[in-house]
Design a protein around this ligand. Sequence first.
Ligand code: C2E
Ligand code: MG
Ligand code: MG
Ligand code: MG
Length: 285
Amino acid sequence: QAKKHGKDKFEMFEPGMRVAFQATIDMESDLRRAVVRHEFELRYQPIVRLNSGEITGVEALIRWMHPERGVVPPVEFIPLAEETGLIVPIGEWVLREATQQVAAWNTRRSGRPLTVSVNISAVQLEHSVLPEIVQSALDASGLRADRLTLELTESLLVDHRPETLQRLHDIKALGVRLAIDDFGTGYSSLAYLRQFPVDIIKIDKSFVDDVVDEPTAAALTHGIIQLGRALSLSTIAEGIEHAGQLTSLAGGNCELGQGYYFAEPLTRSDFDDLLFPIDVPGECD
Ligand code: C2E
Ligand code: MG
Ligand code: MG
Ligand code: MG
């Protein structure tokens, strides 16, 4: 009876659905293998002071170097990594790799030390060990705590469990900074600013996209910047692609920005060339 029922249920699947289901299973085992074989790399996108052009920090962005599919962007595997819990080991790797790399750059650099921003997903925050993992990454790299920023999305804050708020305070107590990513896209952005111990607002690209051509987008963007200022928060504009956007944002006193206008996310080696342009290979090693 049950078997028959099961069979009937199976018959309800369209052939296309079965293919999609199989593809998900294949991808999951692929992703498990990727964790074991370290198939991930980070890209580093400069964060720039808008009124001077100085690079003040980097955002670390993960890529999956798939043996057959090539470079897989995060939108194509982070959701599955979150569903399967694989984001926990992957996210720990990102934290360790990013802090180590930026600490190494800071050691070589004569300018002001860079900060590094790492994206954290809700699933990572649900694990009680996150504060220990963050502390361990700081200890191992030697990076000063206030040079690490954890970026949280608004959706993470919307669905938060009661423990989440305490966890965020525990992480803050380590001395790291917290940023709200994609600010303005959630449905009660302002409430989070009261509830969560945030240091930085990242203005979502969708506002920046229209800041030149759309008076409403411009008013909202400049309003967010002023709000940040009133609350003593830093503001970072995401996705600056044109000089006109830079002019509008800098004119509105937005402190920091990132986007293809300055640089796309770069490989470690390309970021190296950006930071140390006159290095002769071999001479310093
Ligand atoms: P995000 O944190 O909002 O990162 C910004 C995204 O915008 C990045 O996409 C970046 O490459 C892209 N971007 C930057 N400047 C421009 C621009 O001028 N124009 C356009 N069109 N795009 C720009 P990416 O690297 O594909 O990452 C997408 C999202 O994946 C990130 O959004 C973040 O939510 C997530 N993500 C990336 N790395 C990690 C990670 O290590 N862990 C977790 N949990 N999530 C990650
Ligand atoms: Mg981010
Ligand atoms: Mg963002
Ligand atoms: Mg975004």
